[in-house]
Ligand binder design. Structure first.
Ligand code: FPP
Length: 255
């Protein structure tokens, strides 16, 4: 993949932010409350994160809301999370639309109930023309699933004689993964203290800067997000090149 420049107007601001929202359960358990209370608080933190992206001019935000593996959680928690998604979809879509947010879902939609799948489709169609912020919600999503889907789509085209195996390169795979129309994430944030990717955007995160915080997701505030951006702005992204090759040339006005 070719290196993607950061935000054209301000190179210190990521164009695309990807987030693993971890720690809802622990946040609730520390308060001796049911885990679901943590997920509800987590839904409020989603709004904090969206507000921050809109204020900073971040173009795309991808949130890991529910992984392929999360279906294996206790039935009661899965059911309550589905209700929470359903309510959020009902409540927030008009407001997202009003604020110029385009909402999209990535993941295995067939695994959701018809009611939720219909709400997702509705949210996507209502907001389809918005461009201020691309909000991608990864739900029933796994990075391995994403890559396997791309492979399957390529195999189908080869089998149908529409594609030569020799034409399969990184670009061809990339074009069939989720979010191929957006720049890959510049910055990845994971709350909750664990230092792993957990089957999130495995293909798309190849050159993403990683940032981790002990803060639990419901504790998220603008200051924490700003710390991540400040750290990101200090990093040198080399995409496999040398430091000298990617150094920004000094101009007369910058001296
Ligand atoms: C991980 O925390 C979080 C989830 C599996 C669910 C994420 C859901 C939300 C943030 C709420 C609603 C989201 C939207 C998009 C409306 P965890 O339960 O694994 O926490 P733990 O590691 O402390 O147990």
């Amino acid at each position: 993949m070719t290196p993607e420049p950061a935000n054209g107007s301000d190179p210190g601001v990521p164009r695309h932010l990807a987030v693993i929202m971890d720690g809802n359960g622990r946040w609730a358990e520390r308060r001796r409350r049911p885990r679901m209370i943590g997920h509800r608080a987590g839904a409020r933190a989603v709004n904090t994160c969206i507000d921050f992206c809109l204020e900073r001019g971040i173009e795309a935000l991808t949130l890991f809301a529910f992984s392929s593996e999360n279906w294996g959680r206790p039935e009661e928690e899965v059911g309550a999370l589905m209700k929470l998604f359903m309510n959020a979809l009902e409540r927030e879509v008009e407001e997202m639309h009003r604020r110029g947010v385009r909402v999209r879902f990535i993941g295995e939609r067939e695994r959701f109930s018809d009611a939720i799948a219909q709400r997702m489709a509705h949210a996507e169609s209502v907001t389809a023309r918005n461009t201020r912020l691309h909000l991608n919600i990864a739900a029933s999503y796994g990075g391995r699933w994403d890559i396997a889907e791309a492979a399957r789509s390529l195999a189908r085209d080869v089998a149908a004689g529409r594609l030569s195996p020799d034409a399969i390169d990184e670009h061809a795979v990339h074009a069939r993964t989720c979010l191929a129309d957006l720049p890959p994430p510049d910055l990845f944030i994971r709350t909750g203290g664990d230092l792993r990717i957990s089957n999130f955007l495995l293909w798309q995160l190849a050159y993403t800067e990683l940032w981790f915080t002990e803060a639990l997701w419901p504790e998220l505030d603008a200051a924490t997000l700003q710390s991540a951006l400040d750290d990101y702005a200090r990093r040198q992204r080399r995409f496999g090149l040398t430091g000298a090759q990617v150094a920004v040339p000094r101009t007369e006005t910058s001296e």
